[in-house]
Ligand binder design. Structure first.
Ligand code: THG
Length: 262
């Protein structure tokens, strides 16, 4: 499981304040904490309150790069903000994200190619969030066809079925899980899959348990990566163990520590 730490997001009070006051140490500590807990990459999002996201994303990325060279996912729906992030990022970037809309793809796929970045594709369009598996697959096929035509490597594409809160869209959970499986069989080579895990538990009283259960089920459906809270130790232990069960790393008695030190 490729673990992307979600905690550098302006929606969190401490991060929002650090962005406003340009307090690098808060950001750097949050980066190192997440990596120590097992994060393979860091999601970076200025949050909805940022008045100058182009400048803020560059400041955030520069602050993080001073303490780690882990990959960064630039989390913004605005191509201008994504491009600003790509300009300062030294390591390999992951663009988070494009939608299935042609104009978004036209803007972001050439940028991904130019910067040798990976790309997250959300199966969502101007018509809104899909209501069933067929709609998700149709959007996924559209994204795959588009990137293929531009010559972007499918292995660097991460498709995201858009996870909804279970208390809002309970009837869709099975479709979301099955989409993760089906995305990988509609193209050869297969794309990868990713979810924003914490979405599933928003507004519920059992956040950690709901997150963990969904993640482990999603791994069973072939999930490759997740944006999640790596400081939830049980959650990360569950992710590592589910990969172990799928024979993705070798068992030893200290496999949890061994994985985190890799
Ligand atoms: N897919 C992709 N990227 C994404 C998402 C996705 N990026 C953003 C988001 N979804 C993933 N990141 C988070 C981060 C935090 C929360 C949910 C998803 C979260 N926060 C708490 C809340 O809102 O209740 C607490 C916030 C606070 O303390 O103020 O749940 O789906 N590709």
């Amino acid at each position: 499981m490729f673990i992307i730490g979600e905690l550098i997001n302006g929606m969190y009070k401490d991060i929002g304040k650090a962005i406003q006051t340009k307090d690098k140490s808060v950001i750097q500590q949050k980066a190192l904490e997440q990596i120590k807990a097992g994060a393979d990459a860091l999601d970076v999002n200025c949050g909805p309150a940022s008045k100058d996201p182009v400048n803020d994303i560059q400041w955030l990325i520069n602050a993080i790069q001073e303490v780690t060279d882990k990959p960064i996912t630039i989390d913004s729906s605005k191509p201008k903000v994504v491009e600003a992030g790509l300009k300062v990022l030294k390591g390999r970037a992951i663009i988070n994200s494009t939608t299935a809309d042609e104009e978004k793809l036209e803007g972001l796929v050439p940028l991904a190619i130019q910067y040798n970045a990976k790309l997250i594709g959300l199966t969502i369009s101007k018509k809104g969030i899909p209501q069933n598996k067929d709609q998700r697959l149709e959007l996924a096929a559209g994204i795959i066809a588009f990137v293929q035509e531009k010559g972007f490597p499918i292995e660097d594409l991460y498709l995201d079925p858009i996870v909804m809160p279970v208390n809002v869209a309970q009837a869709q959970m099975r479709d979301i899980l099955e989409s993760i499986h089906d995305f990988k069989i509609i193209s050869d080579p297969a794309p990868k899959t990713v979810v924003g895990l914490s979405n599933v538990s928003q507004g519920t009283c059992q956040r950690s348990l709901v997150n963990k259960t969904f993640l482990i089920m999603a791994v069973g459906f072939g999930l490759d990566a997740a944006i999640l809270d790596p400081l939830d130790k049980d959650l990360v232990d569950g992710a590592i163990t589910s990969d172990l069960i799928l024979n993705k790393h070798i068992y030893c008695d200290s496999y949890l520590d061994a994985y985190r030190k890799k």
